[in-house]
Design a protein around this ligand. Structure first.
Ligand SMILES: [Mg+2]
Length: 228
């Protein structure tokens, strides 16, 4: 039995900047600050971690704990419209090999499929809706479980398959942070260069598997793990 946990942005889909635009709208409406998201490098960070960094950098350090839930709520309020905008502009993309990989994994009896993403759970649903991917997952760890990526991996395993040995858990992600967090959490990791990071860059963080896209996932992953 293995548990496979997928990151979302840059691993399953590109949402064409819908998340960043939603955060921009939060800071514009609440504080009159334009283009806020330019001030943070979001890759591999959780939603609340990004909102916290933006607030501390652009607004101040008082009341961050009090205001953070409100910022998260407003982000989720704007997100559906921004995802829709990306779909209409053609910048929302299902990444190569994703659906085939998920269909294949779901067909295996000894695999449990989940998400491990920094998105708030509701945000993950909204982002996966246009590609109809939510149905493949039995749950997961989200940015709403913890701002800390290692903690949300642990949360995913606790919820989906608490009896798993660490080497039966695989993380699939597109950033050095996914690799780092998987290592810290004690799990295996497959890095895929479908996001902003190249094969070369990702290889420096020494993932267990390294793929250009998920198109080669079935072939490579089955050699390593699945005997079926
Ligand atoms: Mg990602």
């Amino acid at each position: 039995m293995i548990l496979v946990l997928f990151d979302l942005d840059g691993t399953l889909v590109h949402t064409g900047g819908a998340g960043s635009r939603s955060m921009d709208r939060v800071f514009q409406e609440r504080f009159g600050i334009r283009d806020a998201s330019r001030h943070v490098q979001p890759d591999g960070k959780t939603d609340l971690q990004i909102l916290r960094e933006l607030y501390l950098r652009l607004v101040g350090n008082e009341d961050v704990e009090r205001i953070l839930p409100e910022l998260g709520e407003r982000y989720l309020y704007h997100l559906p419209e921004e995802v829709k905008r990306s779909v209409e502009m053609g910048t929302y993309r299902l990444l190569p090999g994703v659906r085939e990989t998920l269909v294949w994994l779901r067909s295996l009896e000894d695999v449990v499929l989940g998400l491990a993403t920094g998105n708030l759970e509701e945000g993950a649903r909204i982002k996966l809706e246009p590609a109809d991917l939510w149905k493949y997952f039995q749950g997961g760890g989200f940015g709403s479980d913890s701002e800390d990526r290692v903690q949300l991996l642990w949360a995913a395993v606790r919820k989906l398959s608490p009896e798993k040995e660490p080497d039966e858990v695989w993380i699939v992600g597109d950033t050095p942070r996914d690799i780092w967090a998987a290592r810290r959490a004690g799990y295996r990791v497959a890095a895929v260069a479908s996001g902003r990071y190249s094969m070369d860059t990702l290889s420096r963080f020494q993932p267990d598997l390294l793929l250009p896209t998920l198109e080669s996932f079935q072939e490579i992953f089955s050699q390593r793990t699945v005997t079926a």
